[in-house]
Design a protein. Structure first.
Ligand code: ADP
Length: 346
């Protein structure tokens, strides 16, 4: 039986901006030291991974100055239902979620009747045209904002003090005034973990994302790809039950993106964590996801979900290219209509 974090619409429509007080007050819960980085990642991504995801990330220029954003958590309730197949418990359930932004000059219906289920350990990709409400939905999942209607449930383990969610943002997730190690350990510090333990955990994840040697570096000394690795290490170090990623590699060059996708998959594989990954890149969604939720244009909702029945690891020599193309076509058939509608509306 999994307890449940439930976010139900109670508040009236707000004025558009979410409460910054709330943003700075939500933070994830602490966890015990994570397991040693197992050999299994290397097994899962053997030599072939080196081809698909190169050994070292290429250099690229630093991104813009990031803004501090906290990781998030939420409280508990209870349930223990399974998905339609009955084999894995449902970790996230959203039913009829709506969210709108209102101000003196605009009234934007970002989401309406958004419903989906994500099962435990699933890598779920949320794909949709720009402006269809993907980030808004992720913020609702994280607890940074609340729905105006509908319900969001995140089922959490009964006997765990792990945070419900941690978020990786596109480009504003690292604190510019903190070193790499203090960034990675930030969520743990917020939850009162002692310095020795949090540094131990942080070092472990710094190693996992290949940043050993950069512990004392500041974000301005890092490339954009390295900063995203800091964000990912921090999110995993928090050991959340659900990891939320909002186009984390969207601003990186293709090679770096591919490399970091491989790193992310290794970490996900080892941790068996539930992931919700926002992207507007069809191929990325297919390469990463177990399932893809294709969203319609604003007000956003799930138009269709597609099972990605490609074996893992999805390395070049392992990938069923014919099936990949079929899936791309299938997703594009749905998405292209929505993109067209969204362009016509502008
Ligand atoms: P996506 O992530 O799919 O690109 P978003 O969730 O960022 O979409 O935005 C959905 C819609 O809501 C867009 O039209 C966007 O302009 C609008 N929106 C997002 N955040 C705000 C806000 N704080 N105030 C007003 N409108 C917003």
């Amino acid at each position: 039986m999994l307890p449940r974090t439930s976010i139900t619409a109670t508040a009236p429509v707000d004025s558009g901006e979410d409460d910054p007080e709330r943003q700075s007050s939500v933070s994830g819960e602490c966890v015990s030291a994570a397991e040693e980085y197992p050999e299994s990642a290397a097994e899962e991504y053997p030599e072939s991974a080196a081809e698909e995801y190169p050994e070292s990330a290429p250099e690229e220029s630093s991104g813009s100055a990031p803004e501090a954003r906290p990781d998030t958590t939420a409280s508990d309730a209870s349930t223990g239902q399974t998905d339609a197949a009955g084999d894995r418990p449902v970790r996230i359930r959203a039913s009829g979620v709506a969210r709108r932004y209102q101000s003196d000059t605009a009234d934007v219906r970002a989401l309406e009747d958004m419903s989906l289920e994500v099962t435990d350990g699933e890598f779920f990709c949320l794909l949709g045209p720009s402006g269809c409400g993907k980030s808004t939905f992720l913020r609702l999942l994280s607890g940074l904002a609340e729905p105006d209607a509908g319900e969001i449930e995140i089922h959490t383990d009964a006997d765990s003090d792990r945070p419900a969610t941690s978020m990786v943002f596109q480009n504003d997730g690292v604190l510019p005034w903190k070193t790499v190690i203090d960034n990675v350990a930030f969520g743990l510090k917020m939850r009162g973990v002692g310095k020795r333990e949090r540094y131990e955990i942080a070092r472990e994840y710094i190693e996992k994302v290949n940043l050993t040697g950069f512990e004392d570096a500041y974000p301005h000394q890092l490339s954009g790809g390295m900063k995203q690795r800091v964000g990912i290490a921090r999110a995993f170090a928090n050991d959340p039950q659900v990891l939320l990623l909002d186009e984390p590699f969207g601003e990186l060059d293709a090679q770096t993106r591919r490399y970091l996708q491989g790193e992310l998959l290794s970490l996900w594989h080892d941790s068996e964590r539930t992931v919700v990954y926002v992207t507007h890149d069809i191929e990325e969604a297919i390469k990463l996801g177990d399932r893809i939720g294709v969203m319609g244009t604003r007000p956003g909702r799930i138009k269709t979900t597609v099972d990605v029945d490609l074996a893992r690891p999805r390395t070049r020599e392992n990938l069923d290219m014919a099936r990949l193309e079929e899936l791309k076509t299938r997703v594009w058939d749905v998405l292209s209509e929505e993109v067209q509608r969204s362009i016509e509306r502008r």
